[in-house]
Design a protein around this ligand. Structure first.
Ligand SMILES: [Zn+2]
Length: 633
């Protein structure tokens, strides 16, 4: 029997929802080309599809459709948590335990905070759990909240988990959609088609990969951690799926992913629940599972928690109970491998790419140099790569029932003998970029774990790059002459946080800013290695951040900082050179409100004119690029 789901939709574009008879993969592909969009329901030959009202007639003309009786009215989520209730409950949970921090990972299109919890010790295998990518799947955020409560209650199957795991939990990635009962965000984009791995064009996928602040918030929180596994909770069906979703070709992790799913299935006490390779169920692209595995090596699953996206609230307790034991069990899956990668000389942590050949997807250490991985018992060749370092191959023996910790010191082999110094260039679209000491006739490559590398072709006056292509945060410059780790800092683009001042005061670092979110993090970059050394936060509020300073490596006389707040990466260049931020001396700013028009030509390294803008440095709507390099004296 078909389940007729009353889905309310709001925001652009106007959407029709219907069950469409699409028994074959070929017909599904044809319908998608006509603008039909999979909305997580399959019942026999019928698939639940969305389409804009403009595309709808063409689909109806070609296929049998069962149009739903309920149209574009807002669905009542009475009995479900609103985004505001989720916020207050998360804050209360954070207040109740020293093992739990409230973090704002970003801000939605309509200005709602994207909030979550960081739970458990940081030096532990890391999971990421997200709910409500689709706002009409209200049961998904409820289940995420119940997981958080169970972790805190610390009883039964959940006992001890919060002491032995680190869990990043975001109950509502799409708070605007949850508030409006819409699958989409306030721009009408399907966030779970907006991720930047195998992203495909389409009506609901957004104008570009990661065009939406909500999907960017998940990207940012993932880039500054190393989640070995994840669970993305959805609804509209009753199954657990694993990547790939974009292709029916199996990933190198198929056996492990399937193994975890089988554990889950064994503990979900409902005979209708099933597990499936994602693409075997339905081929989609640009989702969080594929990006997580393809870009970060994170083994993320999609849980379709129930066939109804927002069942009557009186059924919730019983439905959520179907999953809680299985989720607890999944979280206890042994993680036999822990890898820590550091620079052999400086001891600074390194973000490295880890590979065991074709036996698993590549995975990555986070800014703390650590990564975890589920692998079967056996002998592996672990290859560790980081730009500027000699690649190491380590024989890895994973015995049964034992975990293995590997420390990999890396010897630098091509790190250029430059040091960061006060920002000398911070301009425009990086046309005519030149760096003294580097031959401008060679290709220059920008790289960063979790992102596509960007090749800059040489031109008559230097290299050119459009900073809109670069994720905010640190980028490594690779050149045939050598490597400059984390040399290029791309500033935040959203303008949610405005830095005002940063200075060392005794053994503390004091940062003043407007609009800081809860759970801000701050990293120091210094020396040749320029690893991201995280500073301990001593206190924080909306306008002040105090961090422990002794951890700041001060040798070399230059020090850059990276502040993460509300999912934005803000850069503070050369803290020691200028103890107060001064828009006139550190970097220029670029108004990104109208990018293509606003970015003028670049003057070039050292020749960039420094003109203080009307707004303070790093303020709302501005993008700052800072590249500082100086020969070691
Ligand atoms: Zn969904």
């Amino acid at each position: 029997m078909l389940l007729l789901l009353a889905t309310a939709l709001a925001g652009p574009p106007p959407v029709q929802e219907a069950w469409v008879k699409l028994p074959t993969q070929g017909q599904r592909e044809r319908a998608e080309r006509l603008g039909a969009h999979f909305a997580e329901g399959i019942d026999g030959d019928y698939v639940l599809m969305h389409a804009t009202t403009a595309n709808w007639p063409g689909i109806q003309a070609e296929f049998d459709t069962l149009t739903l009786p309920v149209g574009l009215t807002t669905k009542s989520f009475a009995g479900y948590r609103s985004p505001e209730q989720i916020e207050s409950e998360l804050a209360a949970m954070a207040d109740s335990s020293p093992l739990v921090d409230l973090v704002q990972f970003g801000e939605s299109v309509d200005g709602r905070p994207i909030l979550g919890l960081e739970m458990g010790p940081t030096n532990a295998p890391r999971w990421r759990i997200t709910g409500a990518h689709h706002g009409d799947e209200a049961i998904s955020s409820e289940l995420a909240m119940e997981v958080a409560k169970a972790l805190l209650d610390n009883k039964g199957a959940w006992e001890g988990l919060i002491d032995s795991l680190h869990i990043t939990l975001v109950p509502a990635v799409n708070p605007d959609g949850l508030a409006q009962g819409s699958r989409y965000n306030a721009n009408g984009v399907d966030l779970n088609r907006n991720y930047g791995f195998q992203w495909g064009d389409g009506t609901f996928r957004g104008p570009a990969p990661f065009s939406e602040p909500e999907s960017r918030s998940v990207r940012t929180l993932s880039l500054y951690s190393s989640h070995h596994a994840g669970l993305s909770i959805h609804a509209g069906a009753f199954n657990l799926g694993w990547p790939w979703n974009y292709t029916t070709t199996l990933s190198p992790d198929e056996s492990r992913l399937k193994g975890l799913a089988q554990r889950y299935e064994a503990l979900c006490p409902d005979p209708d629940f099933y597990i499936t390779n994602g693409a075997a169920w339905y081929v989609t692209s640009g989702d969080s599972n594929d990006w997580s595995l393809g870009r970060r090596g994170t083994m993320e699953f999609t849980l379709e928690a129930w066939v109804e996206k927002a069942p009557p609230p009186e059924q919730l307790e019983e439905l959520l109970a179907l999953h809680l034991s299985a989720i607890a069990d999944m979280l206890t899956t042994p993680v036999p491998l822990r890898v820590e990668v550091r620079d052999a000389d400086s001891g600074q942590p390194l973000q490295a790419q880890l590979s065991v050949g074709t036996r698993a997807s590549d995975f990555y250490t986070g800014p703390d140099g650590m990564a975890w991985r589920i692998l079967e018992t056996g002998v592996y060749e672990l290859q560790v790569q980081a730009p500027g370092y000699t690649t190491q191959t380590v024989e890895l023996r994973l015995p049964a029932d034992l975990s293995t910790e590997i420390f990999v010191p890396m010897e630098s082999n091509s790190i250029l003998d430059f040091r960061p110094e006060p920002a000398l260039l911070a301009c425009c679209d990086f046309q005519n970029l030149s760096i003294p000491g580097l031959n401008t006739e060679e290709v220059l490559t920008l790289s960063r774990p979790g992102a596509e590398t960007v090749d800059l072709q040489p031109g008559p006056q230097g290299w050119t790059v459009d900073p809109a292509l670069l994720i905010p945060g640190p980028w490594t410059i690779q050149h045939p002459q050598g490597v400059l780790p984390n040399a290029l800092l791309v500033g935040a683009q959203g303008g949610l946080v405005q830095l005002e001042e940063a200075k060392l005061s005794g053994d503390t670092l004091v940062v003043r800013a407007q609009g800081l979110g809860p759970g801000s993090r701050i990293f120091a970059l210094s020396g040749l290695t320029r690893g991201l050394v995280e500073l301990e936060i001593l206190s924080e509020n909306e306008s002040l951040l105090v961090a422990q300073a002794p951890a700041i490596p001060q040798e070399g006389g230059t020090l850059d900082l990276l502040l993460l707040s509300k999912g934005e990466a803000l850069t503070i260049v050369d803290l020691l050179g200028t103890t107060e931020l001064d828009p006139g001396t550190q970097a220029d700013t670029i108004d990104t409100g109208t990018p293509a028009q606003a970015w003028g030509p670049v003057q070039g390294y050292g020749g960039c004119s420094h003109s203080p803008g009307p707004l303070p440095l790093w303020s709302a709507g501005w993008l700052a690029l800072a590249l500082g390099l100086r020969r070691r004296p």
